[in-house]
Design a protein around this ligand. Structure first.
Ligand code: IDC
Length: 314
């Protein structure tokens, strides 16, 4: 039985992701790197391996909204590229659906630190993609990866600013697809779940993002999670790293294990960054591996090998 056959369409009950009966569902998975660059790792053969061997139950498709790593994002690109990105996502969702796993569509804001910078484009994207995918119940929509700050002026994107954006985008999605889980990023690179928990959004089936990179984020961020959980906030770790916040650096197993203990105790779903062979610690494929499927353990980086043990845990 596949995970989707087991749980079907998801919802949020109290602070948990659940099936329609209210049974808690904890998803574990892998996030792509930027799909405009590393698209090839999503193919049927590879996905089958992620599911059967790595025990993945969700794939996250990171679609950058703005320019990063020398390529344009959805918002600052042209219509042809936008169409390609939408086609790619629709195909990937279908592949995940066939295999019976969940899929997360991620509007990956990053250098566009405030989601309000591209609200119109986000609305256009979600209107198009949700219309295409409205018959698929295995999709979770993540509407803003990591609101953060203008590094020049140090102006932070506040929770109120994020709510302003969410209150425009969520109704667009819900008008097309009534029942689906939507995930909203939180201030400061999706760390301030405590702040969000003081004043959550007023919709059903919403979850809030917490991201951590174990070598950079420790007790201070874990305390934020604890506050949020005490306030009954539904939290989804849509991205975590076992190394440093820049995606590189050394793997911190000790801190990763402390994090995993906390999130597993609370049945919090989590997704590891990132599915690529880029020469950086957080990539799960070894830099010298040029395959896109049929990976052996030697084709995995240190992070990739660790990923296998993390996904496979009860
Ligand atoms: C990093 C990638 C890196 C890329 C950079 C900019 O690992 O290769 O050059 O983005 O696109 C995040 C972001 C995620 C980052 C990751 C590591 O969501 O896009 O990826 N990170 O820095 N938040 C915290 C860490």
């Amino acid at each position: 039985m596949t995970v989707f056959e087991k749980y079907g369409a998801l919802k949020v009950t109290g602070k948990n992701l659940t099936d329609s009966q209210g049974n808690i569902v904890q998803l574990k998975g892998i996030s792509t790197h930027n799909i405009a660059i590393y698209s090839e790792y999503i193919n049927e053969t590879a996905l089958k391996q992620y599911v059967d061997e790595y025990k993945v139950s969700i794939m996250r498709l990171a679609m950058y909204s703005a320019f990063a790593d020398d390529v344009k994002g959805y918002a600052d690109s042209d219509d042809e590229h936008r169409q390609e990105l939408e086609n790619y996502i629709a195909d990937a969702v279908e592949m995940c659906n066939k295999l019976g796993i969940y899929c997360m569509v991620d509007w990956h804001i990053l250098f566009d630190y405030d989601p309000n910078m591209h609200t119109d484009m986000a609305i256009r994207f979600f209107r198009n993609i949700v219309t295409r995918l409205k018959d698929y119940d295995n999709v979770i929509y993540e509407i803003c990866n990591e609101p953060n700050m203008n590094l020049e002026t140090q102006e932070k994107t506040s929770w109120e600013m994020i709510k302003n954006y969410a209150n425009q985008v969520i109704p667009v999605i819900r008008e097309i697809k009534k029942n689906c889980v939507i995930i909203v990023g939180t201030p400061i690179w999706s760390q301030d779940v405590d702040v969000a928990s003081e004043s959550p959004l007023e919709y059903e089936d919403i979850m809030y993002t917490l991201h951590f990179y174990a070598a950079s984020h420790t007790d201070r961020i874990r305390d934020k999670l604890k506050v949020a959980l005490n306030n009954n906030l539904p939290v989804f770790v849509t991205e975590f790293g076992v190394g440093h916040a820049d995606g590189n650096g050394t793997i911190d197993e000790e801190q990763t294990e402390i994090w995993l203990k906390l999130i597993n105790e609370n049945k919090i779903s989590h997704i590891i960054w990132n599915l690529s062979n880029k020469n950086e610690t957080s990539s799960i494929i070894a830099p010298d591996c040029e395959k896109y499927y049929n990976f052996t353990d030697d084709d995995l980086s240190a992070c990739g090998k660790y990923m296998k043990s993390i996904m496979g845990r009860e």
